[in-house]
Design a protein around this ligand. Structure first.
Ligand code: HEC
Length: 161
């Protein structure tokens, strides 16, 4: 009987080892499976808020310098000298579209900027003012034929009452 209980003990040992091995394998395959679904689990940057912010900034940074067909993609501004200064000073309060959809003479750009300074808290642009106005009037001047030409040969008719 002594031999028998010894065998039983051996068997118990082996059985325990098998159970432990199965558990370890199970845990590892779960982990592996999870990593396959979510490969970035160990990517530290994704967990620290700082890393996340940096990733966004980098992404924006790429987007922010992209120029396509002479147009700055992020703002829609024409890529020309003075664009940087214009972006830095003219897209803080309103969309660049508000700037782009306007076409003015130098005087009217100046007046618009002055109006914003007097009523909308636009800061003093310093030496950038000339750069920006030059940029604006060069790239967004009044259209030569902004309005249709006057109609000629109109046959007027009398409204009846
Ligand atoms: C401090 C805030 C601020 C900054 C910076 C700013 N603007 Fe404006 N701007 C405004 C506000 C407010 C309006 C009025 C928006 C509206 O009508 O919805 C406006 C309106 C405009 C308009 C439309 C004017 C009109 O008659 O409809 C133009 C064009 C314009 N801004 C150009 C510029 C340019 C060019 C710059 C850079 C030099 C600039 N803005 C920077 C606040 C600002």
């Amino acid at each position: 009987m002594k031999n028998g209980s010894k065998l039983k003990n051996e068997f118990k040992k082996v059985f325990r080892m098998v159970v432990v091995t199965v558990i370890i394998v199970a845990v590892f395959s779960l982990l592996l499976g999870y990593l396959l679904i979510n490969p970035k689990f160990f990517d530290n940057e994704n967990h620290s808020p700082k890393g996340a912010v940096e990733t966004i900034l980098e992404k924006d940074g790429d987007e922010y310098v992209k120029i396509e067909n002479g147009i700055h993609v992020a703002t829609g501004f024409v890529d020309a000298p003075g664009m940087q200064e214009t972006i830095q000073n003219c897209t803080n309060c309103h969309s660049s579209k508000l700037v782009i959809q306007n076409r003015m003479t130098k005087e009217r750009w100046k007046t618009t900027i002055k109006w914003m300074q007097e009523t909308q808290n636009l800061w003093d642009l310093g030496k950038n003012e000339d750069i920006i106005i030059d940029y604006l009037v060069t790239n967004y001047p009044p259209k030569e034929k902004g309005r249709r030409e006057n109609l000629t040969n109109i046959e007027w008719y009398q409204l009846k009452d």
